[in-house]
Design a protein around this ligand. Structure first.
Ligand code: F6R
Length: 260
């Protein structure tokens, strides 16, 4: 795991966008894993700004979302597919048909989840997965206690996650109880995973993820078992890390030829 601590969300966005830009040069048909939620928005804004400057094209990029609410009507403004369309996909030249999300309106749950897994495999697998993290350590919608080798499936949200996400709805009651989410095993198949966190509310989850034991009580801690993970943090979300000084000195001494 590489831990990068930067002063602001905009610095984080630039670093991650640099990585995407570099990958696009090597592989224009990059397969990107996209997280929704508030944390990655500055990254998407930065990518859109660079696209508008003509620095790259997303025309051949394929993208997979991590998760989706179950049974929100098709086109509901808070469906994760709609959110990612609004904040990212509709703002650059990616083909909307190449942007996939788990189907939350399925009639056959098992078929729908396994066909999502197959779609990811058929694409050649995710090259770069962008992840946020919940204050309890969830990634995608793998709540505490999730199997560390789980695949795409339906999960029940905790009350805490529903309350956290109520800010996007009129009330907690409107937040669906069920979601369909890539499993931890699915996420772990990505070639490179970049987890981003900002704000003091994420400090404990970040410390448990990076320096705690690998445990289903902190689902993100499974990332310790991945060969290429970059955790990009602001000062506040890094504030509970014991080895902060080491991470900072490692990053500042990083050879210039080596990207994240
Ligand atoms: C959403 C997702 C979630 C969020 C997490 C943090 O696709 O995967 O795990 O990343 O709930 O959300 P924010 O960034 O809004 O704090």
């Amino acid at each position: 795991m590489e831990i990068v601590i930067l002063p602001s969300a905009s610095e984080i966005a630039k670093l991650v966008a640099d990585k995407v830009q570099k990958l696009l040069k090597i592989k224009p048909n990059l397969v990107l894993g996209l997280a929704t939620g508030s944390t990655p928005i500055p990254i998407y804004d930065e990518l859109v700004a660079r696209y508008e400057q003509g620095l790259f094209s997303f025309s051949k990029v394929r993208a997979f979302l991590l998760d989706e609410y179950v049974n929100l009507p098709f086109g509901h403004p808070q469906s994760y597919l709609e959110v990612i369309r609004r904040c990212f996909v509709n703002r650059l030249d990616i083909d909307p048909n190449n942007v996939h999300a788990p189907d939350g309106t399925f009639s056959d749950m098992f078929l729908s989840c396994s066909s999502y897994e197959s779609k990811i495999k058929e694409s050649g697998g995710v090259d770069l997965q962008i992840l946020g993290i919940g204050i309890d350590g969830h990634i995608a919608f793998n709540e505490q206690g999730s199997s560390l080798v789980s695949r795409t499936r339906v999960k029940t949200l905790t009350e805490r996650t529903r309350q956290d996400n109520a800010r996007f709805f009129n009330s907690t009651n409107e937040v669906p109880r069920h979601v369909v989410t890539q499993g931890l095993g699915t996420i772990m198949d990505a070639e490179h995973i970049v987890l981003v966190a900002t704000g003091i509310s994420k400090a404990k989850a970040v410390a448990n993820t990076v320096e705690g034991a690998v445990s289903a009580s902190c689902p993100a801690s499974i990332l310790q078992m991945h060969k290429h993970v970059t955790v990009v943090l602001d000062d506040a979300s890094a504030s509970d890390l014991e080895r902060q000084d080491y991470y900072r000195s490692t990053f500042s001494a990083k050879p210039s030829w080596q990207s994240i």
